[in-house]
Design a protein around this ligand. Structure first.
Ligand SMILES: Nc1ncnc2c1ncn2[C@@H]1O[C@H](COP(=O)(O)OP(=O)(O)OP(=O)(O)O)[C@@H](O)[C@H]1O
Length: 304
């Protein structure tokens, strides 16, 4: 959880690309505190990557200000690059290098001595379980392998702020879990402030503390997942599996969203939950699950 010191202060930031019919982001304001794990959600083109590029000083805003530890990110690029590691969504500049070389060179460029750079390289190769691609050139790697290498390169300098653009994209489920575990560990044990973009709200919900939801360039919601969920908590989801061949009558206060081959997904008002179990013919129901809103549902509510 944040300790009160403000890392990023984003005030009224707007960016419009030349010729675009709408701003990529429009009057965005929020703060990120030291030690926070902040997730950014939003549909394709919502403006997430644009915003984090502004946060790391790669793009200039048309108006508004972005301060890192109180300093304008563009006024002092060295100050920013000494504190923030950035993992971009695409484009790997070190394509002709092997994994081991790319990590080592980056560590060295970031000011680590040879011995320390080698130690960090080997520790990251082991932690990310990428020993098998140690001597493989980045341009020959699969999408997921390249993602892990990009992450290793972003982590090698061990800076206090990590900004990651879709770090789990293209990874298989086991590696996604490994990356989430590693990020949680960096946040909890080393106190790194983490800001990341993800499309995986269900997995992110397990680790992020605060979320910002962007929609068509605007920040439409920001808060802890539990707070955002409680704002939408008037209904719960009901998942039913009915016995085959049964045309079970469902209570009319259930708002059925889908019904196919005995599987029913519906919404029920919290005030109707108590009578639902009494009103359902449980002999016809094989499975019954009541679920409060997930972060993904919050995202659908705000982000679409
Ligand atoms: N260099 C650019 N020139 C012109 N328009 C751009 C440029 N980069 C982004 N845009 C536009 O700005 C808007 C926001 O794009 P951005 O990449 O920030 O979205 P995003 O939320 O990161 O999307 P995704 O989830 O697909 O990565 C889009 O309409 C996009 O087409």
């Amino acid at each position: 959880m944040g300790d009160g010191q403000v890392v990023y202060e984003i005030s009224g930031v707007t960016k419009r690309f030349a010729g675009a019919d709408r701003a990529a982001n429009d009057d965005i304001s929020f703060t990120i505190e030291q030690g926070e794990f902040f997730g950014m959600l939003g549909s394709n083109g919502a403006g997430k990557t644009t915003l984090i590029k502004q946060m790391v000083g790669l793009l200039k805003s048309d108006s508004g200000a972005i301060r890192l530890y109180g300093k304008d990110v563009l006024a002092d690029p060295v100050f920013t690059s000494m504190r923030v590691s950035y993992m971009p969504q695409t484009a790997f500049a070190l394509n002709s290098l092997t994994a081991a070389e790319a990590i080592y060179v980056t560590a060295h460029l970031r000011g680590l001595g040879r011995g320390e750079a080698r130690r960090r390289r080997d520790a990251l190769i082991e932690r990310l379980d990428i020993g098998a691609m140690r001597n493989k050139a980045a341009r020959r790697m699969s999408g997921g392998e390249r993602r892990l290498l990009q992450l290793a390169v972003a982590l090698v300098a061990d800076l206090p702020v990590l900004i990651l653009d879709e770090p789990t994209n293209e990874l298989d489920p086991a590696r996604r879990r490994m990356v989430w575990d590693l990020l949680r560990e960096l946040n909890h044990e080393q106190g790194q402030t983490i800001v990341l973009i993800t499309h995986n709200a269900l997995e992110a919900e397990q680790v992020i503390e605060r979320v910002g939801i962007l929609r068509e360039g605007g920040l439409v919601a920001v808060g802890r997942p539990a707070e955002l969920k409680s704002g939408l908590a008037k209904t719960l989801s009901v998942h039913l599996t009915l016995r085959e061949g049964m045309a079970a009558e469902l209570p009319d206060y259930l708002l059925v969203q889908s019904r196919h081959r005995g599987r029913v997904v519906a919404q029920v008002s919290r005030t109707d939950v108590a009578r639902l179990t009494a009103d359902l013919d449980l002999d016809e129901v094989l499975e019954f699950r009541l679920q409060s809103k997930t972060l993904e549902e919050v995202y659908f509510e705000y982000g679409n």
